[in-house]
Ligand binder design. Structure first.
Ligand code: GRF
Length: 202
């Protein structure tokens, strides 16, 4: 299974996905695309001898025009699966629809709770005693695609957003490679807006 990873920054999830790739699982990361030239994840990819592309936005460019260039870059890698791992851009409907059923994202909350940004602070402010991460298929509506797998962490009374983020990140690194592996094994799909694992609705 040819996996393409899209990043904007640190790329710790990218690293986890690389570390679990072939021969441990039946997928390989064939490319990494970043919208930021200084993303540390690009160095991680280079260290693993993975091809990279940087698609920076041009000032004044529309989302649709950027996404046209992004789609061309994506198609260059002929991926079977596109993995969003901290890719900090909202994608146009045209792009999402083109790759529907073959694009995954990890979101740092227990969806449907806390969509959008600053999820760790939101969990603290809401007084949640549980927080976590969700891997989901991407659909046009932001952070709303069917969830495949979640991992929970406790929220402690004296938690800061930083401490909580670190706890959640660790869980992301465990669940994201697992979901990628399921997809690569042909066990996971999205049908009629629902995620299916081994034919069972999740
Ligand atoms: C993660 O917290 C993920 O949930 C969010 O962006 C962050 C990416 O971190 N979508 P990294 O670049 O993988 O370290």
């Amino acid at each position: 299974c040819r996996v393409l990873v899209l990043i904007s920054g640190n790329g710790s999830n990218l690293q986890a996905i690389i570390d679990h790739s072939h021969p441990k699982a039946n997928y390989q990361v064939v490319g990494v695309i970043s919208n930021k030239a200084d993303a540390y994840g690009l160095s991680r990819a280079a260290d693993a001898a993975i091809e990279t592309s940087c698609i920076s936005s041009v000032s004044g460019e529309s989302r649709e025009a950027y996404d046209e260039r992004l789609m061309a870059a994506i198609d260059n890698y002929q991926p079977d699966l596109i993995v969003l791992a901290g890719f900090m851009r909202i994608l146009s409907n045209a792009l999402v629809e083109k790759y529907e059923g073959k694009m995954l994202n990890v979101h740092p909350s227990l969806l449907p709770r806390h969509t959008g940004l600053h999820t760790h602070q939101k969990a603290i402010d809401a007084g949640d005693d549980e927080h976590g991460a969700s891997v989901h298929f991407v659909i046009p509506k932001l952070d709303a695609g069917p969830v495949v797998l979640q991992a929970k962490v406790p929220v402690f009374e004296d938690d800061s957003a930083e401490l909580l983020a670190a706890r959640v990140h660790e869980q992301e690194h465990a669940i994201y490679p697992l979901v990628v592996k399921w997809f690569a094994q042909g066990r996971l799909s999205m049908q009629k807006g629902q995620a299916l694992l081994d034919g069972e609705i999740l």
